[in-house]
Design a protein around this ligand. Sequence first.
Ligand SMILES: [Mn+2]
Length: 655
Amino acid sequence: MGLRPNRRRELIIVALINIICILQMLIWNANEWFILGLMAALALFNAIFFAFYIKRKNAEFLQEKKQLSYRVEQAGQHVFEQIPLGILLYNDSNKVVWSNKYIKEMFKKDVDNLELASLDTVLFSLLKTSKKSFEFAHRDAVYLISHKKDEQVLYFDDITDYARLMTRYEDEQAALGLIVLDNFDEVVKNLDEQEQNDYRRAISDKLTGWAHENNVMFRVLRDGRHLILMNHKILSELCGDRFSILDDIRAIGTDQVTLTVSMGIASGYRSYVASFNRASSLVDLALSRGGDQIAIKKKGVDDFIFYGGKTNPIATQNRVRARVNAGAYERLILDSDKVIIMGHRFPDADAIGACVGLLKVAMTFEKEAYIVLNKSELDKTNEIFINEILKDEQLVTYFISSIKAVELMTKNSLLVIADTQSSNLVIDNKLLRLTNKIAIFDHHRRSADFIEATLSYTDPSVSSTAELVVDMFDYFSRRIVLTAIESSIMLSGIMLDTRRFMYNTSKKTYEAAAILKQRGADEKYVSKLLKAPIDHYYSRAHLTHRARVFADIYLISSASDELMFDRTEIAATADDLLNVQGIKATFVLGYVGESEVAISARSVGDVNVQLIMEALGGGGHLTNAAVRIVGTIEEATTALEAVLSDLEALRALSS
Ligand SMILES: [Mn+2]
């Protein structure tokens, strides 16, 4: 900063005075006293001058600084009022203490001194969630609010354009799907050519009409599948309608001819190739759950969404699958160093029966093979069954604990899973990580946590896994030899899961039973295996006694709080209660652990209990499903009743 001109003049004059005085002293040659006096006078003059000079300069500087900060403050005020950002300050009692013009315009009133709660209840509740930033919709706009808790200040940033763009981007994401006709050829194979064509055309017309109405692109692929393409917005609308097209297709058929379709739809994937592959595996998932349903997966969302599944899976009559899968199992056995077989936790007669059958196949091909069983983890009813089996001196040597199995397992071992395909239900899921070679044999519908396997032979139309295994016996390259006890164990599996041939049986079920009978299965031994302890009957009596009718067609039995049950007791009671006249589904609830409630659900077929149990976090079949809930029986009963009430409301709406 330079000096002002008049200030510079003052300094020049002072300098000249000094120079003149010194020159005078040199020229005059005056006496010492005079020179000393003059020097003192000059020094005094200089001192006084500079003192004044500095003081004045400071004063001026202060004045300038004051002016500057005033101007900055003015500019700041202007900025606070004019910037396109809302600023709101509040105090300890949640009252607005200051806000800028933007806020006042946004709320269309002076908000100062208002309580935040009365300003906007939604905003107030969002503030209490203690998020640092969140979106807030007000009138037609969307704001991103940054909350500085310590400073008690809120910044409102208008992101309406961005939010609109985001919604539009999501709406316009592609959703790609595949539609297949479930078992069409099987269903129509006894009809004449003309009728077959009529049905084919009727389904095609329905689907084309549906696609056209909903703005869905629709093309028939060469392999009999149909490709559909739509944007995400349309998919959401179809979900809102709960895909009534499934009902329309089913309406084409008659009592003898059940026509259904399944779909897999993938949305939000980066490439169409990825969407197509995903849709393809979703169709498989829909089919493995019994068909007549839609499986949807959105990229980035963990859960699958299912619609439909109202019909019982139709038994596939062709035996191609049994042959193909037997061949694949044989190859896998031959390629492995040993075979380790594992059922679900708390194994029942079907799980053990299937394991024994699969063990015999591995042994026939001269492989070292074992069945995993943890004797500490059995329930009372199955304990009798398993202890009976372990009395067999030969069989007992093939049962090993899961700890032993971990030791024996190598990367080259084949792990076989029977009677479940859920990673959470197997006896020990550590084993799943020890090998890449996994084969699954199961008759349950696929759950979302299904195990990825090299070979997966699952068919929800088969009565039991034991039946599924027996059905493969004919197709191995060597003859499978069973002892009478082994045949009896497998037969008891079929008998347990069909409730002694009362439910889920097909022609093949009796064929499998006949094969086992031929190999020496003994009814007396089977009934000994399926015997239950007296406690079992007491428990069932208690649960039966507490059953009450809900919404005319359901029976719900909630056990007393102080009793503890086996899962089998709860399941068996749910089975029993189905025999009550006019009842379409039964639900039995009881404690199976410390604050752990099990619900067993059974249906005669008109109600899909799988969907009901899935709504509570469980799974299973259309006619046979279950869930375990952490909480009290009262809470579980309330949750169940809420699901049933929703279902009834939906049914009332659609009828
Ligand atoms: Mn089973």
